[in-house]
Every structure is written in C-alpha cells, then in structure tokens.
Design a protein around this ligand. Structure first.
Ligand code: FE2
Length: 318
C-alpha cells in the first residue's frame, strides 16, 4: 500500500498497562469474546499448555495475554499502577523489511533501536525494533510472530484479522502536525480521510497501512496523549449484537450505542473497558484501494446511531 521500502502489514499487537490484568481477562473473554493465550510469551515452557483455568493466559509476571486468531496473542495487559498504553506493534513481512525500516527511519533522524533478546521473548517474535512517536507513544515494528491454534471463544464471534491486522486504535496526540508528519512521512501511513472539530488542529485523522480504512487514527482534543479506544472487528453483525448483549448483561458502561460511522461504514458500539480506554466492537468496515482519494468529511461522523459519541465522550477519563 505505502512506500515499498518497508511495507507495514497492519496493527499486529497491542500492549496496555492496568492495575488488575485478571479483571481485564474477564472482560476480554466474557464480554469481547477473546480467548486466553494457550502459552503466554516469555521463556519457553516446552510448549505445555497450562491446565489451571485460573492461570489461563497469565504469564509469570502476572501479565495477561489474549488471542483473537491463530496468532499466539494479540492483546497484552501488563500489571501497572497507572493504566495506559504500553506499546503498539506494527508488523513487517520479513526480516529484510525490518532491516530496511530501521535504516529508512534512522535516516529521518528518528531514534530507533533493535529489540533485545528479552524483548523478543516478551513479545514472542523473531525480531523487533523500538521507537516512539512525537507524542511519546512506544511503537514496535516486528516480524516473525508465533502462530499456534485457532481460538476457542466461549461465544459465537470470529474476528476479522489476517492481512488487515487486529483492528485499529485511536490515539490522543497533543499536536496534530508533528504526529501526522511522523506517521505519514517516516512510517509511510496514508491518510484516508479526516474531520476537523475546531481551532488549533482539533480533529481526527484516519491513517491506513493496509486495505483496512484505518489501523490508526490521531485525535487532537488538547494536551493529552494516550489510547482513546481499541477497535476489534467481527466477521458478522451477529458477533457485534451478541457482544453488546453480553456487555449489557455484565453491567459494562456503553459509551456509545449501536451506529454506523459515515467514513469507514463500520457498524459498531463502544464500551468502557476496565482500564480507562474504550473498546469498540464493529463489523462491515470498508476496504480501501489505491484509487481512494483522501478527503475531509464534515456534517457529522455517523449515518445513524452512535448516540453518546460526543466531544465530551471522546475526552480522556481519569
Ligand atoms: Fe473506531
């Protein structure tokens, strides 16, 4: 899709910090429909799955790893007193692509370093490189993830991943221009569309690195940085509706009811996750080809629904 120097393959994994990773595991499995990792990353355990259900998906340090597909894991929740985004992993097809990426990014005078053996083990990847965006978010470019068994969720949901990656994230950035320049010029994302809310660059910009309408959106509302929401895409509308039923039954706060976004056409709802950021469960997002023309859109972000998705609702929570 983008500059062939190093073709990003989508959002591969997300790591967050949370005071109670087990609470996140319960939300992730019983509401979202994720599955505990069969074998959490870390020093090899001779490939023996853990039989104790209390320990499902839990690594030695108390981190919880959840899977969505045949990847060993996609979402990690690490013990942390202060909740927040720990890292985003973007995938590259080969070790050669990773080497090219490190070289090309370094030429932009952006600090990037190869991952250590401990970091490779912690993520279960063949190799990775670490850098930060202008807002301070930690990014990892990786190659060679571990693949194991398909997930066996307790509920009827299948996630759309593969070449599109695991979904998308929306990040708060304090200044939009440096962030846009970094993701577009240094990493090679392409802007699909954007919406402006107010003065001083306030708005949201949707960026893609696969055919998914966006793998990343940059939201400027003011000073904060961090993760606003994580979106996971179901292959069916029933997967969304059933997740909404489970969220309501579990008393999870629905921050925006069911609706269809105007730009990516995703039918989705948003709910408050256990550690600050929202989780969006969606379906039917558009795929974008090379003939797509970048544009600004205005006049509301939704064809219908998504009630509650206001500027106040988008503001960060303590
Ligand atoms: Fe979203």
């Amino acid at each position: 899709m983008q500059d062939a120097r190093f073709p990003l393959g989508g959002l591969g994994y997300v790591g967050v910090g949370a005071p109670d990773p087990i609470a996140w595991r319960e939300f992730g499995t019983k509401v979202c429909g994720l599955t505990p990792a069969l074998i959490p990353p870390g020093p090899r355990r001779q490939g023996i799955p853990i039989a104790n259900p209390d320990a499902a998906g839990v690594a030695d340090d108390g981190s919880v790893f959840l899977k969505m597909d045949r990847r060993q894991w996609r979402l990690a929740i690490h013990p942390a007193n202060t909740p927040g985004l720990a890292y985003l992993g973007f995938e590259l097809p080969t070790a050669t692509d990773l080497a090219r990426a490190v070289d090309a990014i370094g030429r932009h005078r952006v600090e990037i370093r190869r991952g250590t053996e401990d970091e490779r083990q912690a993520r279960s990847v063949a190799d990775l490189a670490v850098l930060h965006d202008p807002a301070g978010h930690r990014l990892e470019l990786f190659t060679g993830p571990i693949v194991d068994q398909p997930p066996e969720p307790d509920f009827d949901i299948e996630f759309l991943t593969g070449p599109l990656g695991m979904g998308h994230v929306v990040l708060y950035v304090p200044e939009i221009e440096p962030a846009l320049a970094f993701y577009r010029d240094v990493l090679g994302f392409r802007r699909t569309d954007y919406m402006q809310f107010g003065p001083g660059g306030m708005g949201i910009h949707f960026l893609r690195c696969t055919r998914r309408h966006h793998s990343l959106a940059l939201l400027q509302l003011g000073p904060p940085s961090g993760l606003q929401h994580l979106m996971l895409e179901s292959t069916t509308i029933d997967g969304v509706g059933l997740a909404l039923d489970r969220a309501l039954a579990a008393g999870v706060r629905i921050t925006s009811g069911l609706g269809r976004h105007r730009n990516d056409k995703t039918v989705s709802f948003y709910m408050q996750g256990p550690s600050g950021f929202d989780v969006e469960i969606g379906w039917d997002g558009v795929l974008v080809g090379d003939d797509w023309v970048e544009h600004e859109f205005a006049g509301g972000g939704d064809d219908w629904g998504h009630h509650g998705l206001t500027a106040e609702a988008l503001a960060p929570r303590d």
